[in-house]
Design a protein around this ligand. Structure first.
Ligand code: UDP
Ligand code: MG
Length: 316
């Protein structure tokens, strides 16, 4: 029988938290009754610097519900870092950790299959979204386009998987060795390379509260997802440069031809256009290289990903 921990990041989740704990508690009770998980399994809630009553609710739940444990980060560190904090703490408490968003949009019934796969010897079990009809159309389309783009850029990730996954203690200990600052777990975890499987996950609608993933945060995650794992964009710049040189040769041939034929005109327009066009391309190129240098800069600083201010339930 395994000792299970769920890890749920919470950023201003006051409207859904109590309900989620209730649902998970019923579910845990069921699994305990079936003998699938041990009685001292737990649900760990990571308060990611919420501005509302989230931490007070977690604290209250911890006092009332023996499953509930809490971690409070000192400030808002973002979804990925909050999950990482939760996993790194929970790996010392449990045999396996399942990360699931606090709004329980993922299908909690998939957890049972995850546990079965874990018992069969898989260290990592990915929840893969089979139906995203509950996600807004725009989100669905942008996400799928992003997964495809990532794939073309050579980032190995699991299609339509978004941080709903089980990881064994062993896998988590290995993950701890990846000392990344620009954290993109979906790209990082496949690099661990332990046996993995997938289970189907049907997404449901958010019960209450708003999505905390603003367009800005999503874009940031997408950029991290590619620039943290792939140097293909730099190669593409080089290829673009070669193409430009070829075009340049073509133009030169044309100009020589025009000179010989005596049809050359004073090409003010073409000159101006080229100057601006080349200038733009160079700016973009410098920008992309700048992104990588920026990452080196952040990486060498070695700042902690998170600072835990308080931990509830570390008695044992
Ligand atoms: N979240 C977090 N820190 C943040 C933003 C989000 O811990 O800065 C948590 C949030 O509480 C939720 C999960 O990340 O548990 C996913 O966020 P949300 O449900 O708002 O995103 P969506 O499902 O719309 O992509
Ligand atoms: Mg959600």
């Amino acid at each position: 029988m395994i000792k299970l921990a769920t890890v749920s990041p919470c950023y201003n989740e006051e409207p859904v938290l109590e309900d989620s704990v209730k649902k998970l508690t019923e579910f845990f009770d069921g699994l305990v009754a079936k003998g699938k998980i041990s009685k001292d399994s737990m649900m760990v809630f990571v308060n990611d610097g919420s501005k509302d009553q989230t931490w007070d609710i977690i604290r209250k739940m911890h006092n009332e519900n023996h499953y509930v444990k809490g971690i409070s980060l000192a400030h808002n560190s973002g979804h990925q870092n909050a999950i990482m904090a939760g996993m790194m703490v929970a790996k010392d408490w449990a045999d396996a950790v399942i990360t699931i968003d606090a709004d329980l949009q993922d299908d909690i019934n998939a957890i049972e299959q995850m546990i079965d796969d874990f018992e069969e010897g898989y260290d990592i079990v990915y929840g893969v979204k089979v139906s995203r009809t509950a996600d807004p159309l725009l989100k669905r389309m942008s996400a799928e386009a992003f997964y495809k783009l990532q794939d073309r850029m050579g980032v190995k990730s699991v299609f339509n998987h978004a941080d709903f996954r089980l990881m064994s203690k062993r896998a988590l200990e290995m993950l701890a060795e990846y000392d990344e600052r620009n954290l993109y777990l979906r790209g990082l975890i496949p690099l661990i390379g332990l046996p993995s499987s997938t289970v189907d996950d049907t997404i449901s609608e958010r019960q209450a509260g708003k999505s905390k993933y603003t367009l800005r945060k999503m874009l940031g995650l997408a950029l991290d997802g590619i620039t943290s794992f792939s140097i293909k964009p730099i190669y593409n710049i080089i290829y673009m440069g070669i193409l430009f040189l070829l075009v340049c040769v073509g133009i030169a041939i044309y100009v020589i031809h025009a000179l010989i034929a005596g049809t050359a005109v004073h090409g003010w327009a073409s000159l101006m256009l080229s100057v601006w066009f080349v200038g733009g391309v160079m700016l973009i190129s410098i920008g992309v290289i700048g992104v990588y240098i920026g990452k080196i800069y952040i990486e060498v600083k070695h700042r902690p990903l998170y600072n835990i201010a308080e931990i509830l339930g570390d008695e044992e």
